[in-house]
Ligand binder design. Structure first.
Ligand SMILES: [Fe+2]
Length: 253
């Protein structure tokens, strides 16, 4: 058995350029509430899995986020969401240029002994180049791999998001992922909800946002609540334990 690691995943923070509310949420305060909880935990890594910025990769949003993260001592890894822009992220977070493949930012890393892959679905699709890379990584590395991507690679039974904002090449992506023998745990955001989908032997975990959570049963956008949330993942290479935590800032909308 390998060493146990503890990872936190924060997603869909939608931080604006100023302190003003975004989509009706005090996003900076919500993000800080989550972060302050995580700062007290013994983490091996923090994953920011996309939509860090409110709308379109606002530079000053990234500057503010980076400033808030500076006390954290663990490594931080970023996946892009559809509201992020690589050019600005690269500049502010000094992203490793070797991981920037034309317009895509994807990479692998070891967290302690454990291999993790990070994909870029920011244009609402996963490029063919990334699908080939993913297959290659799965073949070359015999160990179990944790996969992080902003958009879920399958429909999730969430009416509004499945109908309006799914990954555009979702069936192509799933046909690749379902064949990867050592990729069985996939961590996503984007849907602003907590859900686990098990299909073809794969476990897809949707992590709620720090900004707001959506109702999964309506076909129009409906906010269920605005309590910030994050995911904790514990992994020793054989057993995976994961849970979602909420900070109850609001008792009503
Ligand atoms: Fe998104």
């Amino acid at each position: 058995m390998k060493q146990l690691i503890r990872i936190a995943q924060l997603t869909d923070m939608h931080i604006g350029e100023t302190d003003e509310d975004v989509y009706g949420s005090p996003v900076r305060m919500q993000f800080l509430s989550a972060l302050n909880k995580l700062k007290k935990q013994n983490l091996d890594a923090l994953i920011l899995s996309g939509d860090l910025a409110a709308n379109a990769g606002e530079y000053n949003s990234y500057v503010w986020i980076k400033e808030q993260l500076k006390e954290l001592t663990c490594p931080i890894y970023i996946c892009l969401g559809n509201h992020d822009r690589l050019e600005n992220l690269k500049q502010v977070f000094n992203l490793n240029l070797e991981n920037c493949h034309e317009d895509d930012y994807y990479f692998k890393t070891k967290i302690k002994e454990h291999l993790c892959l990070f994909l870029d679905t920011s244009p609402y699709f996963l490029s063919n180049q990334q699908m080939e890379w993913l297959k290659q990584q799965s073949i070359e590395n015999k160990e179990e791999i944790l996969l992080f991507m902003h958009h879920p690679p399958l429909y999730c039974g969430c009416t509004f998001m499945d109908e309006k904002y799914p990954l555009k090449n979702i069936s192509d992506v799933w046909s690749v992922i379902k064949e990867l023998k050592n990729v069985n745990y996939i961590f996503c955001g984007h849907y602003h909800t907590e859900r686990t989908i098990i299909k073809d032997g794969k476990n897809v975990f949707l992590t709620p946002s720090t900004m707001a959570q959506f109702d999964n049963q309506t076909s129009e956008i409906t906010i269920l609540h605005r309590n910030p949330s994050w995911r904790i993942i514990e992994w020793d290479g054989e057993t995976l334990r994961t849970s979602v935590e909420y900070f109850f800032l609001f008792t009503s909308l």
